[in-house]
Design a protein around this ligand. Sequence first.
Ligand SMILES: [Zn+2]
Length: 259
Amino acid sequence: MNRATCVYCGHENITAGDVWVCNYCEMAMNSANAMSKLGDGTLQESLKAVNGGISAGNFDAALAEYEKLAAKYKEPQFYYREGLICFQQSNAEVEQVRYDRKGFMEENAVHRANASKIESKAKTILYKASVLCQTEMKSGIEDPFLGFAYFMINVKIGNLKTAKDGIAVIDKHGNAYLSGYANMVFSAELGRYWDVIAHANALTKSDMFSPNAYYYIAWALFKLRRHRESMHIVRELEKYIKTGSVYALMHDIQKTSTI
Ligand SMILES: [Zn+2]
């Protein structure tokens, strides 16, 4: 196993091959390309500032910093990450909605309005990223990474029909790792839990390894109500990747198991 930094979100990853999908933002990259971008250290510094802002709950500052990166690189993957930060900000607003407030809950209304405003901003950015993918593909630039970006962007928008076109682009270039990963995510979106497990299992083999596959196996087992097995995997996984999704899944299993 190796450790490598994601060029789009700046988090450290556990990787096996040269091609990998980030444990945090789920964007695909190859190590050579990532290392050349991160080479001079300025991108890494900016990403550190962005992540510092997110951890402190200062989303406006984090987004202002990230917008500069997206404008500099003009790649769909950077707009994708910008959209995800907006989604995080929107979730943070939703978390502030409380039902124990007195009166007519005006404050809740403000948080809800903010959340939906930020969510539509996220979607606008993601649509822009999707159009950018289409433009690049039309101009003849087509590779499995662009196909993967097109796929993930449309999954986040909720447009599964277009996301499927992204899988076709990946398949055309014959990258088994990225095809397997995209099909795993696609099956999860469709609620086909056994298909999720089948695709994820293929991504636990040494030459195709992705730690994220264990998250998807645990998630599918949870959905299939196999809580004990799911918890066993998620506890192991937590030793290697400490993402919000891993903790959220752990919380969901614990909550359901105590009922
Ligand atoms: Zn990432």
